[in-house]
Design a protein around this ligand. Structure first.
Ligand SMILES: *Cc1c(COP(=O)(O)O)cnc(C)c1O
Length: 813
């Protein structure tokens, strides 16, 4: 891309306040963290429920960015950069993308539907890229922001576009249609449920179909009901399993593949795809339809479809050997996704040392020379300390790159692999599928058993924003990451929270805070239950104590005096009814006397904790707590002539008593996707999914028993699966003996017999599954809330009880 900033201003009909009116733009950014931001970047300051993009402008100016699209010019930066001023920056980004798209005339395929968009897009790219220079949406960039960013990747050499579009609200698709302007449409499928945002299934379908309002051809599975909703002018190209569409498909399932017999215009041919599940079959047929439409021969269709592969688009962060962190992106290697992966690497600030293992890059639209020049630039701006290149091309093109190690093939790398070559560093593993880098990831991964707790970092941000939206913009947020982030892991979450400008972190003990500091967290941290033995370490690591008693306060002041500390921040806890920790009314006078004219400590905040903010049945009690807090904190403030923050709300408090938000709230369980109220729950996204695998399958005859104490006796022929997870991993024993279940291939498998220390057995008599299959122990279903309710406890206990030996894997979608 190379555009004049003035042309952009005209295209999006905006007001321009410039210092360099002649500036050229060659890339667009919405993320202040990207190291790719530079003088020719146009930064769109997007609004967010979290911090607004405008907030990052001073920081970006320091990094050399000089072109911004804004709704207003923040006072401190006025006159220091080019500002394009618009009413709505997201709208401006979309208008800009629509304008940019109009510069190119080649055919574009637009994909939508409830499932399969990304898979169909990736597969089509694989199927068509031998013959076309394809530009496609990176990863699952299909949203109101993702689609414009995808379109902006187009350049002159591309001659086919494949973009996906996803919506969650009414009136969104029209905008995406306007940006993508597809010529060929694919409707993957429409789920039977309608999302909350739509009044009916029909309304949702109509909204999705808007993507196709101007297509020349729409590919879909034959469906009278949907076709009735299309404008009469839309030309369809349909397939079906029962001879009603343009193309008839007969399927024959084999052990690990499906044979499709395709009948089209009096010819019959067959293709075999290496999948057996219904979704994959539908997705493959949709791809096949596009190939038929584009005039591919049956031979080529058959040959290429046989090579379809599972699509994995998530960047996964895993614990590696020798203290390394692995970012696994071993399924694609194109320029767009390399940019995304490097930005992601930058955000994982766990280690200073950064290594990338990179295969040959496949990217149409550039000559090899241009492409590798750009790749080198990227690696340089991202300060990658060591590059391990694998492949015929990359070894030549990057040969002169500093600290470059070359291997012709993955096999050669594996043969010479030495685990000692990797230590305390972040390793990005990024390779095209054909390089089979998953074998490298297996070697680099820390070996533990196969039970993992996957943490969705996007869901954390979503949940944070849900609660932020309930607060005044100026209200600060402290996030409680005590108990290893409610069992979800603390550093990675702290890193995400730090970018989203959370104001404080709360931990229970000093060592939790020290671990966060060692991992690089700079956010202020409050230690909720400090022991005086840890005061020294706390001051060394800049951790702020909760002060709850006169004895503790005196001890801390003594230490501050000895260490010559001045105005060390402390947080006073008042006991308004919880009766756990905190000052009571009769102690306030002495507290005031101790703090008056005391320069060793400074009261940063005064707070209290609600004991029943989740049950409205105790509304009077809670209101009384809030009233006492108001009264006592005011008394302290007046007597000491100070101006501290005040806070009393936890998650349910934010939900039920937002009026008492004072200057800050303390968000805990809600961030991890658990609300105490069913309506609240509906708005939260699930954060943790506990997964394991089937170790062994057994046939149990009538009268035989399963597990310790013969608790389960088969009354009919039963098939059981044994899973490597037990009460030592944190699964309560009470969840066994038919009380609980796990999900295997989307079906409930009830737990039979007693749960053992490291294993449990489930009934899979009616479930199609095999050894090695994935098992979901909790996540969306069963949710931790379901488990907790069944067992008469609370989700907090289940989450915090998941043992440390269960490996945590963090991912971003
Ligand atoms: C744990 C804790 C919180 C957070 O509570 P949630 O119910 O998880 O939101 C807030 N304040 C204090 C003092 C806590 O100990």
């Amino acid at each position: 891309m190379s555009l004049k900033i003035q042309d952009i201003t005209t295209a999006i009909a905006a007001y321009f306040e410039s210092v360099q009116p002649q500036a050229h733009i060659d890339n667009v950014s919405i993320d202040s963290r990207s190291l790719q931001n530079n003088a020719s970047t146009l930064f769109f300051a997007l609004p967010g429920q979290n911090r607004d993009g405008h907030y990052y402008i001073p920081e970006l100016l320091n990094k050399g960015v000089v072109n911004f699209v804004v709704t207003h010019i923040p006072e401190t930066v006025s006159g220091k950069a080019n500002f394009i001023i618009v009413n709505n920056t997201l709208q401006a980004l979309q208008d800009f993308a629509a304008y940019y798209r109009q510069q190119f005339q080649f055919p574009v395929i637009g994909i939508t539907g409830s499932n399969g968009k990304t898979i169909v897009k990736e597969w089509l790219n694989y199927l068509l890229s031998p013959d076309y220079n394809v530009i496609r949406s990176p990863k699952s960039y299909n949203s109101q922001v993702g689609v414009p960013l995808s379109i902006i990747g187009i350049n002159k050499k591309h001659n086919l576009g494949i973009f996906e579009a996803g919506i969650s609200l009414p009136n969104e698709m029209q905008k995406l249609q306007h940006i993508i302007c597809p010529d060929i449409g694919i409707l993957t499928n429409i789920g039977t449920a309608h999302d909350e945002s739509f009044t009916s299934q029909k309304e949702k379908t109509l909204e999705k179909l808007k993507l196709f309002s101007k297509v020349k051809l729409l590919v879909l599975q034959k469906n009278e009901a949907i076709e009735k909703l299309l404008p009469a002018t839309t030309k369809t190209f349909t397939w079906s399993f029962n001879n009603t569409g343009n193309v008839l498909v007969n399927k024959l399932e084999k052990a690990s593949a499906t044979c499709l017999e395709v009948i089209y215009q009096d010819t019959i041919f067959s293709v075999e795809i290496p999948f057996t599940d219904d979704y994959a079959i539908e997705n493959a047929i949709n791809c096949l339809m596009v190939m038929l439409h584009l005039g591919y021969s049956h031979e080529i269709i058959t040959q290429r479809l046989a090579g379809l592969y599972p699509v994995e688009l998530r960047l996964q962060v895993k614990d590696g050997i020798n203290g390394c962190t692995i970012i696994d992106d071993s399924y694609s290697a194109d320029y767009q996704s390399l940019k995304i992966a490097l930005d992601f690497l930058e955000q994982q600030k766990t280690h200073k040392k950064k290594t990338i293992i990179l295969s040959d890059i496949f990217q149409s639209g550039f000559t090899k020379k241009e492409l590798y020049k750009k790749v080198k630039e990227l690696l340089r701006t991202h300060k990658i300390g060591r590059v391990i290149g694998i492949g015929e091309t990359i070894t030549k093109k990057l040969a002169d790159f500093p600290n470059f190690f070359a291997y012709k093939t993955t096999q050669e790398f594996l043969a010479q692999y030495n685990s000692n070559a990797f230590e305390d560093e972040t390793i990005l593993v990024k390779g095209a599928r054909s390089f089979r880098f998953e074998e490298i990831v297996v070697l680099l991964e820390e070996k533990t058993h196969e039970t993992v707790l996957e943490i969705n970092l996007n869901a954390i941000v979503h949940n944070l924003n849900f609660y932020r939206a309930k607060l005044k913009p100026e209200t600060k947020v402290m996030v409680m990451v005590k108990a290893f982030g409610y069992g979800s892991g603390s550093y990675e979450i702290a890193k995400t929270l730090s970018h989203h400008k959370v104001d404080y972190l709360g931990v229970a003990f000093a060592d939790e805070g020290i671990a966060l500091r060692n991992a690089g967290t700079m956010i202020p941290i409050v230690v909720m239950n400090p022991e005086s033995s840890a005061f020294n370490a706390m001051t060394a690591y800049n951790l702020e104590p909760e002060i709850y008693s006169l004895r503790e306060l005196k001890a801390f002041i003594d230490l501050a005096r000895k260490k010559n500390l001045w105005n060390y921040p402390i947080h006073l806890k008042l006991d308004t009814g919880m009766h756990r920790l905190g000052f009571e009314e009769h102690q306030l006078a002495e507290l005031i006397a101790l703090l008056r004219n005391n320069n060793f400590v400074s009261v940063k905040s005064i707070f209290s904790h609600l004991s029943a903010s989740d049950s409205l049945q105790f509304k009077d009690f809670t209101t009384q707590q809030i009233d006492l807090f108001e009264k006592w904190s005011t008394q302290l403030i007046d007597a000491l002539q100070i101006n501290p923050m005040r806070h009393i709300l936890n998650t349910s408090g934010i939900y039920n008593y937002p009026n008492a938000q004072y200057n800050m709230v303390r968000l805990g369980i809600g961030l991890y996707g658990v609300g105490n109220d069913p309506t609240e729950m509906k708005h939260l996204q699930n954060v943790g999914t506990l997964k394991t695998v089937i170790l062994q399958i057994k046939e149990i005859e009538v009268g035989e028993s399963v597990g310790y104490s013969r608790k389960y006796i088969a009354t009919q022929k039963t098939r059981t699966a044994t899973l490597p997870i037990g009460y030592a991993d944190g699964i309560p024993r009470a969840w066994g003996n038919g009380n609980g279940y796990v999900m295997i291939n989307s079906q409930k498998a009830s737990i039979v017999g007693n749960i053992c220390m490291d294993m449990l057995m489930v009934d899979v008599t009616n479930i199609d599954c095999k050894e090695g299959d994935r098992v979901i122990v909790f996540g969306k279903d069963p949710s931790v809330v379901t488990i907790a309710n069944t067992l008469n406890t609370i989700a907090y206990e289940i989450l915090a009880g998941i043992s440390h030996r269960v490996k945590r894997i963090f991912y971003k979608e």
